[in-house]
Design a protein around this ligand. Structure first.
Ligand code: FMN
Length: 202
């Protein structure tokens, strides 16, 4: 697939078929993730592959809890109805998931580019996730990022070092739809993609 096709075809997917994700597809995507740029070559991304239904149930419970609170916070009736109709995860339906973490332990000692700004570690992880997402797209698979959850409780579901900070969870599988080639949130009239990126020459 052409790079630009891949960039434009990548979707945040919440509707999947029951197809398994072959090991070689996953490994290729993780390899692409690991080729991402990172501040000071820290490579702070950490991926935990989740296959057990029990763990997925625990993650889904965290999503349900946060989603319920999100709904309670909407006092506009129309917006509440629309938000409630949106499917914003596929945790239990996807054959596997990837718990995303950023290892702040990589900051021990001096490293290039992080002085005064440790968030550059998280940005590095975002670069890796985008590579992972594009690789899955190129291979005919897809992913949906779930961030609607209490990250501290999420970290508590895994036996990870204290230096690992959660960045959410990717549901991974074979997309059942491409939402007509547009973001699902646009298709469902939640929000429209803007026409152009903001650019100004100064
Ligand atoms: C950091 C991050 C967190 C996100 N969290 C969620 C989420 O919890 N649930 C959800 O349905 N979509 C989530 N999304 C997906 C966005 O809504 C989606 O990327 C956006 O609507 C554009 O659609 P597209 O990715 O298909 O182009 C998240 C995306 C990012 C980058």
């Amino acid at each position: 697939m052409d790079l630009y096709d891949c960039i434009h075809k990548r979707r945040d997917t919440r509707h999947f078929t029951k197809d398994e994700v072959p090991e070689e597809v996953l490994l290729k995507a993780l390899d692409a993730a690991h080729a991402a740029p990172s501040v000071g070559l820290t490579e702070p991304w950490r991926f935990l592959i989740v296959k057990s239904q029990e763990k997925k149930r625990d993650i889904k419970a965290l999503f349900d809890d946060s989603n319920k609170r999100a709904k309670l916070g909407i006092n506009n009736d129309k917006q509440h109805k629309l938000y409630s109709s949106l499917k914003l995860e596929a945790i239990e339906e996807t054959p596997l998931g990837i718990a995303l973490f950023c290892d702040h332990g990589m900051l021990e000692g001096f490293t290039i580019g992080t002085i005064g700004n440790s968030s550059t570690l998280e940005w590095s992880c975002a670069c890796a996730v985008q590579n992972l997402w594009l690789s899955l797209t190129e291979q005919g698979y897809g992913a949906g990022w779930v961030s609607i959850m209490d990250y501290e409780k999420f970290e508590g579901l895994f036996d990870v070092p204290d230096t690992w900070q959660s960045l959410g969870y990717m549901c991974v599988g074979k997309p059942a739809t491409d939402y007509g080639g547009e973001p699902m949130l646009q298709k469902e009239n939640w929000k429209r993609r803007s026409e152009k990126p903001y650019i100004e020459y100064v």
